[in-house]
Ligand binder design. Structure first.
Ligand SMILES: NC(=O)c1ccc[n+]([C@@H]2O[C@H](COP(=O)([O-])OP(=O)(O)OC[C@H]3O[C@@H](n4cnc5c(N)ncnc54)[C@H](O)[C@@H]3O)[C@@H](O)[C@H]2O)c1
Length: 702
């Protein structure tokens, strides 16, 4: 026995599962057996006593979880930081533990009232004394970590827990003597695992599987070379033995019902400072401001969710709620992240939501010079679809050519900025890096404005079949308005448009001036021309809906013919192609671009097999568009979506709801998804346009 090592325990006099504050407690209310709990606790008590000294704190009636003394606080040397429990069900334990620490000569530190930290449940000293591992994500707040570092004068390494079964760090992480670590990697996020791997060499990491983890193998008490736990598989026992540890198993099933085992039932109160460590905590905090219809438009929820999902934590400093329907709200939120890297990730997403730094913290954007053509600096800011400004020489400069997934290049004199795709950045270009001095302008509507929007009732939503007609009415109205004012509508379409009998309707739209550019692949053109020349689409007779003998070769014959003419336009000019979608484009001077793909037959002479050239053509044709109709092509629609700035109405029609959701989920109110057959959609659209009165006569479908 090592007398100098002391543990604090609390007898289970009042222990029971009285409430549910973790997944282990669910279904276990009052299911633990008092006698068995006492017996299991006694066994553990004697095992610990054989290896160290045990102090006892008097159990308090009404606080059943006081038995889990690991959550009393965190001890280092003669200092004790008392816990601030997250759940009110445990907050009543705080004064009892505080009293014990004071009575036993500890200098007691207390965190601010609203800053949860659950003691040694979420803070574990490296057994070599080099640093403190601190967990957050469920019970303890990340913002408590800088206090631990300051008060205990030690480096704090923050780890984010992501599996609610392992809600405290000590349920899935156990530093052992000799620098070993017993842990369950799946309980941590990617960044935390990276951090653990950087700190603990592979030969010292004992990563366990889920089967051991759910037996609380990591919730172990380590005294020198002894490890005391509820249960370990044979393979885990062997791995621990190979590392020089002997395992004592003692059943603690009654306490597992409340989500705790041997480590939770003990608090090591002798934690001498081993190494001369000093305060250091990479936790970073920044304040952001959000303004607008924060509640109506859901911006506040989105912002807080992305902070937490991104691995950070937040504190709302103030929230001024607009009192009238039309008034805007404003909030200041303190964001904390476990490292600079995570903070930059979170911050760049907050910028996309329209967040800005408070005035006193606004600074110029940082730029780095490109040294290799086509390669941006590592930390370049990735653009979104939203209008963006960068601050250069104390001035906010609007970014030109806005599109998503680009870099921002600032001109030499700092008066201009533009979006640039990676392959176009040139040596010497100044590219914006990091997240400082960047703001985006989200067109956030209030509830009333949202309701007035033509597409509002589905705002960024997906329609069901019965709503299709209603959507079509609205789209028809928009199309008519855009055409009448000389605006631009672009269509991207896949071959399904032809297979579903939509060719005649799309041809009508082109002929009647509703379409100013057509984007697609080889297939839409091939099948359209096949239908125009041979009456089939992929060998299926379009009138009768049955395959034609030898029809599977039709499309190749068609490709061959167009190749003979050299281009679709030439085939039209020479009277070979006399109807269909491509014919109407040529006849009505509607520019089109066909982008190639690996599966293309032929291809047609017009199909751009050089994809960089195709992308350039696409983005030129999209310029100035007010509306883009995306008709049953996932490939081309995604390509188009990536090039299109916010403010352009996008209507995505597809039979597959998942595709529609993916394409219309741009976080913008201008996107509309319509789940339906594209042939039916086009037919309804043309009918609706016919119904609308117009200064222009509407010709008949052919
Ligand atoms: N012969 C050829 O050369 C040939 C043939 C086929 C495709 N391709 C090429 O392959 C690439 C991808 O083709 P894609 O755009 O057709 O495929 P895609 O998978 O990107 O998109 C097809 C979409 O149509 C949807 N869809 C299917 N039936 C529908 C219906 N009845 N109504 C509405 N939506 C429906 C699907 O859910 C899917 O999302 C394109 O570049 C295309 O040109 C070439």
């Amino acid at each position: 026995m090592t007398e100098s090592i002391r543990f604090l325990m609390c007898a289970p006099d009042h222990y029971d599962v009285d409430y549910v504050i973790n997944p282990w407690m669910e279904g276990n209310i009052h299911k633990s057996t008092r006698d068995r709990a006492v017996e299991q606790w006694q066994k553990l008590y004697h095992i610990i006593k054989d290896n160290a000294t045990v102090d006892l704190v008097t159990p308090a009636k009404g606080w059943p979880d006081m038995v889990f003394t690991a959550n009393a606080g965190l001890v280092l040397d003669n200092k004790a930081i008392v816990s601030r429990f997250f759940h009110k069900e445990r907050q009543g334990e705080e004064p009892h533990f505080k009293e014990w620490f004071e009575d036993n000569g500890f200098a007691v530190y207390e965190l601010p009232k609203d800053l949860p930290f659950e003691g040694a449940g979420d803070a574990l000293l490296d057994r070599e004394g080099r640093w403190l591992w601190a967990g957050y994500g469920f019970r303890s707040e990340l913002d408590s970590h800088p206090y631990l570092a300051k008060w205990l004068d030690i480096e704090v390494i923050s780890l984010r827990l992501i599996d609610d079964r392992f809600y405290h760090l000590d349920t899935c992480f156990c530093p052992l003597a000799g620098g070993y670590l017993l842990y369950y990697p799946d309980a941590f996020d990617f960044y935390s695992n990276k951090t653990i791997e950087m700190r603990v060499p592979p030969e010292k990491r004992i990563a366990i599987e889920e089967a051991d983890a759910v037996n609380f193998a990591c919730n172990a008490v380590n005294v020198n070379s002894t490890v005391i736990m509820n249960k370990a598989s044979e393979s885990l026992q062997k791995r621990l033995a190979d590392a020089g540890f002997s395992v004592i198993q003692t059943p603690l099933t009654e306490f597992l019902k409340a989500g705790g085992a041997s480590k939770c039932l003990t608090l090591r109160v002798t934690e001498p400072r081993i190494e001369e460590a000093h305060a250091n905590v990479p936790v970073e905090s920044r304040v952001i401001q959000l303004k607008g219809h924060l509640l109506d438009a859901g911006i506040m929820n989105q912002a807080l969710d992305l902070i937490v999902e991104g691995g950070g934590s937040f504190q709302v400093i103030d929230f001024n709620l607009g009192e009238q329907r039309q008034s805007t709200s404003a909030a200041r939120v303190r964001v904390s992240a476990p490292s600079h890297e995570v903070m930059e990730d979170i911050f760049s997403q907050l910028i996309d939501l329209g967040a800005i730094a408070p005035p006193e913290q606004v600074c110029d954007a940082i730029t780095e010079t490109v040294t290799l053509a086509g390669v941006a600096p590592d930390d370049f800011y990735v653009t979104t679809i939203y209008p963006t400004e960068v601050r250069v020489n104390n001035n906010w400069v609007a970014v030109q050519n806005q599109r998503m997934d680009g870099a921002i290049v600032v001109s030499g004199d700092g008066t201009e900025a533009r979006c640039c795709i990676l392959r176009d950045v040139q040596v010497g270009d100044r590219v914006v890096v990091g997240v400082d001095g960047i703001r985006t302008n989200r067109k956030v509507e209030n509830r009333e404005q949202l309701n007035k929007q033509e597409f509002s009732f589905m705002g960024a939503g997906v329609s069901s079949e019965r709503r299709v007609e209603l959507v079509v009415e609205q789209i028809a109205w928009e199309l008519r308005q855009i055409r009448d004012r000389g605006g631009k509508v672009v269509i991207t379409a896949g071959p399904v448009v032809i297979h579903t009998g939509g060719a005649k309707h799309l041809s009508r739209l082109i002929r009647d001036g509703y379409v100013q550019a057509l984007l697609g692949g080889n297939a839409i053109a091939v099948h359209d021309i096949e239908q125009a020349l041979m009456g089939t689409s992929l060998g299926v007779d379009m009138q009768r809906g049955v395959p034609v003998r030898g029809g599977h070769r039709h499309h190749l014959k068609v490709i061959n013919s167009i190749r003979r003419y050299g281009s679709i336009a030439e085939a039209v000019k020479q009277g070979f192609l006399t109807k269909g979608v491509m014919y109407e484009c040529v006849k009505n001077n509607v520019p089109f671009s066909l982008a190639g793909s690996i599966r293309d037959d032929g291809p047609l002479p017009d199909t751009r097999m050089d994809l960089i050239q195709a992308q350039t053509e696409y983005s030129k044709l999209i310029e100035g568009a007010e509306m883009i109709l995306m008709l049953s092509t996932m490939l081309h629609s995604i390509g188009v979506g990536n090039m299109t700035p916010a403010g352009v109405k996008m209507v995505c029609v597809d039979i597959n709801p998942a595709v529609v959701t993916k394409l219309s989920d741009r976080g913008s109110v201008e996107s509309v998804g319509v789940v339906t057959d594209v042939g039916l959609f086009l037919s309804l659209l043309v009918q609706q346009l016919d119904r609308l009165t117009s200064p222009y006569p509407v010709s008949q479908s052919v």
